[in-house]
Ligand binder design. Structure first.
Ligand code: SF4
Length: 253
């Protein structure tokens, strides 16, 4: 079978590695379960910081109050039209998102020199010729590649270093513009409640063989999808899976 989207991306790779059958439900059958409230909050936060960075890149920075008002309006509009799985009350989730945004505008944004935001990049993978695509949250003037995360708790160093996301972005950036001397970092904002926002910067220094290993891993995932391998990968986390009911009754293929 062809790749469902005609290309591969970090989110597809992450989902396939998490559980091939989950990938099948999401990308082959295109089932769209209600979005989790934490994911929704993250989407709204990213939309707001993109607005902030784009205004600065365009030379007409928006006042912070305009960015926070736009966040509230976009949050309420999207919440009214989309199916969301609210695990915390909607109002509480919005306040937490607003607190993240205010923290970002006050403590993180002033130290950033944005060059590109939400930059979509694509490159053909060696061997298969399949297109690898990614959208980078932020590239700074010194070519530092940054991804922002919103979370309920602090990230561990291993969580940051084990994810292939930034390696994929670095690979795409170098294939598009380089190779360029650039650094990689996650900016993680975390809080369980609006009144207690914290922040960590996690810098990554990939090993020399990281790119080779990355390309081999992506190649394995692509070949498995093309071969129609969508076996279930049962773990204790299955009880949180949004496709659990289908998985119990229906085998793919
Ligand atoms: S319930 Fe478990 S095995 Fe089934 S799709 Fe979800 S994660 Fe995969």
């Amino acid at each position: 079978m062809p790749l469902p989207r005609g290309y591969i991306s970090h989110s597809q790779i992450r989902l396939y590695n998490e559980c091939p059958r989950k990938y099948f439900f999401a990308y082959v059958e295109e089932i769209r379960p209600p979005v989790n409230d934490k994911v929704f909050l993250g989407e709204m936060f990213h939309q707001a910081i993109e607005m902030h960075f784009r205004s600065r890149i365009d030379g007409a920075p928006l006042p912070d109050g305009e960015v926070t008002s736009a966040f509230v309006a976009a949050f309420d509009e999207a919440a009214a039209t989309r199916e969301i799985n609210w695990q915390a009350p909607q109002r509480e989730t919005r306040e937490r998102g607003l607190a993240f945004l205010r923290y970002f505008l006050e403590h993180i944004a002033p130290g950033i020199r944005p060059l590109m935001t939400e930059k979509e990049l694509s490159a053909e993978l060696p061997g298969s010729g399949v297109a690898l695509k990614g959208v980078i949250d932020l590239v700074e003037e010194d070519f530092c590649i940054t991804d922002f995360k919103t979370a309920t708790s602090r990230w561990s160093d291993s969580k940051a270093s084990q994810s292939p996301q930034m390696l994929i972005y670095k690979y795409l950036f170098d294939r598009s513009f380089g190779p360029v001397c650039s650094s990689l970092k996650y900016e993680v904002l975390y809080a369980r409640h609006a009144g207690n926002v914290r922040h960590q910067t996690l810098r990554l220094a990939p090993a020399a063989e990281a790119q080779e290993n990355l390309l081999a891993m992506i190649d394995r995932v692509v070949r498995s999808i093309l071969s129609g391998e969508f076996q279930p990968l049962e773990t204790p986390y299955c009880r949180y899976c949004e496709f659990r009911a289908r998985c119990l009754v229906k085998a793919p293929g």
